[in-house]
Write a new protein. Sequence first.
Length: 490
Amino acid sequence: MDESKRMRGNLTEGPIAKKLLLFALPIIIGNMVQQLYNVVDTIVVGNFVCSDALAAVSVSFPVMMLFNSLFMGLSMGSNIIIAQYRGAGDREKLERALNNTASITVIMGGLITIVGLVFSRQILELLNTPANIIDDSTAYLRIVFGGTLGNMMYNTCNGIARGMGDSKWPLYTLIVSSVINIVLDLLFVIEFNMGVAGVAWATLIAHILSGLIMLVRIAKGKYGARVTLSGMLHMDWNLVGVVVKLGLPSAVQNVAMSLGTTIMQSFSNQFGSDYLAAHAVVQKADGFAMMPMMGLGMAVTTFVGQNIGAGNTERAKKGTNSAAAICAGIGGVVAIILYFFGIYIMRAFTSNEAVLVMGERGLKFLAFFYVFIGINNCMGGACRGAGATVVPAALSMVGTFIRIPLAYFLAVQPLNSFIEAAVAAGQTLEAATTAGVAENYMGLFYTQGLSMVIGAALMFIYYKWGNWHTKGVTARMNAGRAPAPKASEE
């Protein structure tokens, strides 16, 4: 690797805060742009189709994430190894890691596509998806599953580029594919009147395009190491074992989180299509609110990975602390925006008054909890970048699954009790359900806020008093090479 390429992605030297922010900024912008995929879908469907179609798109998202999460967790192991080999300057193992990661992506992407195409409707039926939206939900889900491999290839290549210290090219690629996604959304839905299916086709095409662009860039050796067909066919099973060891906890965590989200979706489905539409819009605003903090967390993962690989633990800790402080400030700004301007955000997506009322109340409540997400992302990202993936995964699963009993006792059980009492008092089932939803839907938002606090508290305890910073060195020794310690650097 020549000197210019070495320095371009090197996060082990130079001013910590400046390096971290310059590296994080394209990731944050990229996350914002990526959020446009679903946001544009939501705006187009909500304004040019109907609120039931909006609910159909919302219901489909947790199902997609349930399948994609296993792969995304395993790819985390690859990203950690890539960042640490990059920090240590081990080109031979770096190139092997790149090719093995590409192979895993193709295999997992193909399997998930097949399962998703075959079982989409059955899964939606198990989740008690309302009958008035299940056809649109199934159509949307099957089409988007067709683009799984392209989406996974983009995420893999994005992670490879970040591990190598490049956060700009993933952004450029995402901007191009997002513009295409927006144009196709408008064309398919407004001009061709394809409804929910049109939105899904636009998303599929954009996913495939973004994956191809990044794959070609890496295959051409733009990072000093390249992906080749022969390299992909020669698996290094020792390296695969290390990748699985590092990535499996994150994979299990992601699957558990997605499973928890899917169970929560089945709870949400009991509150009807108006709530589902409101929740869909809140989740879009929620996604944008979290993007800066998620971007910093992802940047910290690479920053810590490179510095642990270089043997500079103290610099890794300083970078994490700086990122956490920045996230706390961002969380405060987000709270002000969502609390005072949440209703205007809602009106961009829908004019349905029942949906607006539910969504505005949810946004105002959740506004004050985003600071906890920032803490969780930065400290969790640091632990994973160092190679400590087991404990953060376990803590995240605790925070996820505690949502289920909270949601049941704060929302579902009160709803069912209200309906039962109202029907016994002589109301029709429809009137009782409508009144019960209005009385109890906020319990689902209360659950979301409480889980943010619990997750952040658990992660802070481990980051503060755990031995996460030793795990990366141990993992590298198991892979056959341990870096020499490096002097601390401001």
